[in-house]
Design a protein around this ligand. Structure first.
Ligand code: ASP
Length: 344
């Protein structure tokens, strides 16, 4: 009798160790984007190329090292996005684009694929790192999305220091707004009305740069996050897809994690990120086929454009875009990191 109890205990411990080893040794990886649009080599200087490359690499390495050390996909997503938010190169945090009223209104969201919990903020103008506030909304409030003054009040109450709106100013983004206003004036004079689309994909790199990160950690948990200033010259109060769960951001351990960039109105109407997950869940499609179906077929068919980065529960990556280019990078355990801007 004694022996069998001992034996049972040993088997139990062995089983427990095997299960926990397997759980904490899931293949891990990270992918990120820094916006999609008319990213062509002819508009680049070697210096600019290097600046983008180095910043994407820094964000990628930060996120990857968190995962490698056993950190969570949520931590990797937040930390990598913080790096891009703090860089004026991207349309998120510092360097965000200007609204038609000449101010910066930032949107962000984050989602945990394990619990399907999510947090988001929209129209914030004094938050240095909107993705971190989105995470606080997820973890410290009963809500998913807080906007404007309310989001900033929530930030203050949770000890986040607000920054002066001047912090977000960059001359490039300001000049881009003036340029669009000029074009708009001409169009109005020609009686063609407003520009059909708030421009983000002009051959000017100041027009795009939304950032997003997806990650899969050693415990097999997926997470996704997106942060943006939206679209240059957007109207007062406009909210894009980035803070809308299911549109610009989605994560579900059963399928994949997705972050999008592009013409937000179309991403909202198509529920792009959730649609990719649904195609996998209900139709049994692979990540690549599901992402291609939405980005290369459904999105352009409706007149929208942009791209996504996505990672599935097994560590497969998909990064389709239907624009000229997309700043993008990924690093999967067991392979070399990859950083790309252009189509090839
Ligand atoms: N999707 C963002 C928005 O519509 C813009 C972008 O990705 O460049 O707000």
């Amino acid at each position: 009798m004694k022996i069998s109890v001992k034996y049972f205990l040993l088997v139990f411990i062995w089983f427990f160790l095997v299960v926990s080893y397997a759980q904490s040794n899931h293949k891990f990886g990270i992918a990120l984007h820094g916006g999609a649009g008319t990213i062509l080599k002819k508009y680049m200087t070697p210096e600019k190329e290097k600046a983008y490359h180095d910043k994407l690499q820094e964000a990628l390495e930060k996120g990857y090292s968190i995962l490698e050390n056993g950190g969570s996909s949520l931590d990797a997503v937040e930390a990598a996005i913080n790096i891009m938010e703090d860089s004026p190169l991207f349309n998120a945090g510092k360097g965000a684009v200007f609204t038609a009223n000449g101010i910066n209104e930032l949107d962000a969201s984050i989602m945990d694929g394990k619990t399907l919990k999510a947090g988001a903020v929209a129209r914030v103008s004094h938050i240095k790192n909107p993705i971190s506030l989105a995470r606080m909304v997820m973890e410290k409030s009963p809500h998913v999305l807080l906007v404007g003054d309310g989001a900033e009040q929530f930030a203050k109450e949770h000890g986040v220091k607000l920054v002066d709106s001047k912090y977000f100013f960059t001359k490039e983004r300001w000049d881009a707004l003036q340029k669009i206003k000029e074009q708009e004036k001409k169009q109005r004079q020609n009686k063609t009305g407003f520009l059909p689309k708030p421009i983000y994909s002009e051959p000017l790199d100041e027009m795009f740069g939304t950032v997003g990160v997806v990650a899969l950690d050693k415990n097999g948990n997926l997470a996704a996050g997106t942060s943006t200033g939206g679209m240059t010259n957007k109207l007062y109060g406009r909210v894009g897809d980035s803070p809308i769960i299911g549109a610009g951001t989605y994560a579900n351990n059963r399928t994949c994690a997705v972050s999008g960039t592009g013409w937000g109105e179309f991403f909202i109407r198509l529920n792009v990120a959730k649609d990719i997950s649904d195609l996998m869940e209900y139709k049994g499609m692979s990540l690549k086929d599901a992402a291609d179906e939405v980005i290369m077929k459904k999105l352009p068919a409706l007149g929208g454009d942009g791209g996504v980065i996505a990672i599935d529960k097994d560590g497969n990556i998909a990064m389709p875009f239907n624009t000229e280019g997309m700043y993008r990078a990924y690093h999967i355990e067991g392979s070399e990191p990859v950083i790309k801007f252009y189509k090839q």
